[in-house]
Design a protein around this ligand. Sequence first.
Ligand code: SF4
Length: 195
Amino acid sequence: MARTYRINEIFYSLQGEGFHSGIPAVFVRFSGCNLACPFCDTDFAAYEEMTVHQIAARIEELLPQDTQALRSPILVLTGGEPALQADAELLIGLHTLLPLPIHIETNGTVELPEDLYDWITCSPKEGSRVVLREASEVKVVYTGHSPEKWVEGIRAKHYFLQPCSCANTEEVVQYILAHPWWRLSLQTHKYIGIR
Ligand code: SF4
């Protein structure tokens, strides 16, 4: 019997945060997380069991018809914590069935299959045990704790600091001005009222 994955939702929108902000993206949200952050605003409890073929078919339904040759939009695995479920079998299957670059948004506490992601966004959380040592970008939700340990602990090209629930933006701006290796990330989808 084919392996199934617990999928909370699959939808097409714009990537709202970080380096690829503004780019059209299909989001696959996995159910479940191994952390319980107090500021978490994602309802990822409900799920449907889906095979890799069912996931790919749902994604294809959402794509505009002329995107096949363009390798656009991007495919973003998110959650919850997608790395708890997204194994090599799923990634190889999606790469085979779809022409899209595959990104993951992970809290960094779970090892990832090697060389199967086109982009890794690590969003480490205070007090958690992060095992990821390298990512494409690090994106930290600023809750008042110093984020410098993540610069030292995770090698990346880009370091983004993001206000918590769109609330402490001024504090984040001041922090970045004093620590200019950080860049500002805003949850732009929330400001413009899209998912
Ligand atoms: S790691 Fe992300 S999805 Fe998991 S509880 Fe924290 S904010 Fe929510």
